[in-house]
Design a protein around this ligand. Structure first.
Ligand code: URA
Length: 234
């Protein structure tokens, strides 16, 4: 059961205030009966809601792919930096979005925002070892010896990595890691005596960043794309 005003706002009918007004005016029916009080609780999955006699299809969860820009913190609220949630369109303001995991403030790239706690838990559970790929630029060139170290278990003090996979590419390297510890990629390169100067996540599970998204832009994920997030476990 969920409050009618929240459901209507979530479905993009309007802000909570606008929705209350509409309901008071008699525009909203639940199971064919006009309701004027939007504070009532209804069964969002089974009750039929219409606005001006147009049926609404309820969406409980939303999934957004963001191309995170540098300078935004992966949190819902913060008193120092703007948050990734603030980048979402007002349309989503009633969905209680949060980021699935964290990218550092200066890291760019793929970040999923959702209100689906179960999905987030699956993606983030350390047991699941969901692979994450990052494009990395470093202060000095990465050597074959560095790659050997990165591709072996690395003791980072608080944990030992599952061997990463590293590939050279045009102006940096792509590393695939299987955990998501604090500053993990930066710490791994630091251990090789190097320094990360630019970091961008390019995939999570089998979900790749949509390169059409400009920094700071986001779009909804298709249903199949949501499933790609939790694929490719090892
Ligand atoms: N590893 C890091 O060091 N930083 C990130 O933002 C993500 C992975």
């Amino acid at each position: 059961m969920e409050r009618l005003d929240k459901i209507l706002a979530n479905m993009g009918v309007g802000t909570r205030k606008e929705v209350k007004k509409l309901t008071r005016k008699g525009a909203v029916k639940v199971n064919g009966v006009t309701v004027t009080d939007s504070d009532i609780k209804i069964d969002e999955e089974n009750d039929e809601i219409t606005v001006f006699d147009q049926p609404l299809v309820y969406r409980k969860y939303v999934y957004l792919m963001l191309n995170k820009p540098s300078g935004y913190v992966s949190a819902v609220t913060d008193n120092r930096y703007p948050t990734v949630v603030e980048l979402a369109d007002d349309f989503y303001s009633n969905y209680d979005l949060f980021p699935v995991g964290r990218l550092d403030v200066d890291t760019e790239g793929l970040l999923v925002l959702t209100n689906d706690g179960a999905l987030a838990h699956k993606v983030l559970s350390p047991k699941n070892h969901i692979p994450k790929k990052y494009f990395v630029k470093t202060k000095r060139q990465v050597t074959k010896e560095d790659v050997k170290m990165l591709q072996s278990p690395m003791d980072l003090g608080d944990f030992t990595t599952i061997p990463a996979k590293v590939e050279f590419c045009e102006d940096g390297v792509v590393i695939c890691i299987y955990e998501g510890k604090f500053h993990q990629v930066k710490r791994m390169f630091e251990k090789t005596g190097n320094e990360v100067t630019y970091l961008k996540r390019i995939s999570m599970g089998k979900l790749c960043l949509d390169e059409k998204l400009e920094l700071g832009e986001m779009r909804e994920l298709e249903e199949q794309e949501v499933q790609l997030l939790v694929l490719d476990k090892i």
